[in-house]
Design a protein around this ligand. Structure first.
Ligand SMILES: NC(=O)c1ccc[n+]([C@@H]2O[C@H](COP(=O)([O-])OP(=O)(O)OC[C@H]3O[C@@H](n4cnc5c(N)ncnc54)[C@H](OP(=O)(O)O)[C@@H]3O)[C@@H](O)[C@H]2O)c1
Length: 294
């Protein structure tokens, strides 16, 4: 099986690139966009010509698509620019999947929901309340209308070691290690998800040749403040530096789905990979440790 991971320089893409590369059943190719990374090819998914050239050269069986501008705040203030990346770029990958016959594995989010009544199942009706969520839902619908051989993976609050160091757990580790205080919302609920565990589950879904929509998230639903406290416990950090606050005091531009998170019943009935709770996910992450986070 030939697989191309578009966005292999990002958090989820990099872990997926490594995970598939360890399995001799896959020939794995990966791409970067702005972070020139050894062993990866350049690909701008907004460039239809480049997408066509790369895809016809590789002729993939699977196009793994975690590529995005996934910053909800930036999407809110730059809707035109981020639509070009997220929606138009995805449209080019959808067309490439159609032309090559490859399976498309796309990463979406619980931000497709309004957050009034989570955690959500795959059957619940989306109703995005910010630009990032609207873009995600639009891409999901483009995929459903164009392809039959696809996986849409909805995930959320993903954490793990990554070069950019932008995810919440790394922010907590970095700030507290430098003795910096953090105000963290105790009214935003989600499902913290250990990236490596999520990628292993998605790989199993791919191996089982599953199609359609799956929530792939961690086992627990919890608020950000409680999650931050768990991080301090596992990583031995000073919990007194974390103060609870409410979302209205954070001055975020993009509205957040407050009672979000997702149910995992559907995927649990299909895969054998154990879905980790927050404590176990953080412990796994600690075991893995990665240098260079300061
Ligand atoms: N992380 C989460 O908590 C979370 C939650 C829910 C859903 N998701 C979704 O999961 C996916 C992956 O998230 P992530 O956290 O791994 O994102 P990430 O770390 O920001 O990585 C994004 C990747 O997309 C690439 N990219 C950006 N613009 C591109 C373009 N025009 N053409 C080709 N590649 C481009 C980036 O390349 P360069 O870095 O080289 O520029 C990077 O490799 C996203 O779709 C995100 O919306 C993530």
């Amino acid at each position: 099986m030939r697989i191309i991971v578009v966005g292999a320089s990002g958090l989820i893409g990099n872990i997926a690139f490594k995970e598939f590369s360890m399995d001799p059943a896959y020939d794995v190719f990966g791409t970067y966009f702005s972070q020139n990374t050894e062993g990866l090819l350049h690909l701008d998914m907004m460039d239809k010509k480049e997408v066509g050239e790369v895809m016809s050269e590789i002729n993939p069986d699977i196009i793994f698509h975690p590529a995005a501008n996934a910053n909800a705040e930036y999407c809110e203030s730059h809707p035109v620019e981020t639509r070009k990346t997220n929606v138009d770029g995805s449209r080019n990958l959808i067309e490439a999947a159609k032309e090559t016959g490859a399976k498309l594995v796309f990463f979406s989010s619980d931000y497709v929901f309004d957050g009034l009544d989570g955690p959500y199942s795959e059957e619940d009706a989306p109703n995005p309340i910010n630009e990032y969520g609207r873009q995600k839902l639009e891409i999901e619908n483009l995929i459903r209308n164009a392809l039959s051989n696809y996986l849409i993976i909805r995930t959320t609050v993903v954490y793990g070691w990554e070069l950019k160091g932008k995810n919440f757990v790394i922010q907590v580790i970095r700030n507290l290690s430098n003795n910096l205080k953090m105000n963290v919302a105790n009214d935003q609920f989600g499902s913290p998800t250990y990236a490596n565990n999520m990628v292993q589950i998605v790989k199993e879904l791919v191996g089982l040749n599953k199609t359609g929509l799956y929530n792939v998230v961690g086992r627990d639903v919890m608020d950000r403040y409680s999650f931050a406290k768990k991080v301090t416990g596992v990583f031995g950090l000073n919990a007194d530096l974390i103060a609870p606050t409410t979302t209205d005091k954070l001055g975020q531009k993009a509205k957040r789905p407050m009672k979000a998170g997702m149910k995992t019943t559907k995927v649990q009935n299909v895969v054998t990979t154990h879905i980790l709770c927050v404590d176990d996910g953080l412990k796994e992450m600690k075991k893995e440790q990665m240098g260079g986070i300061s």
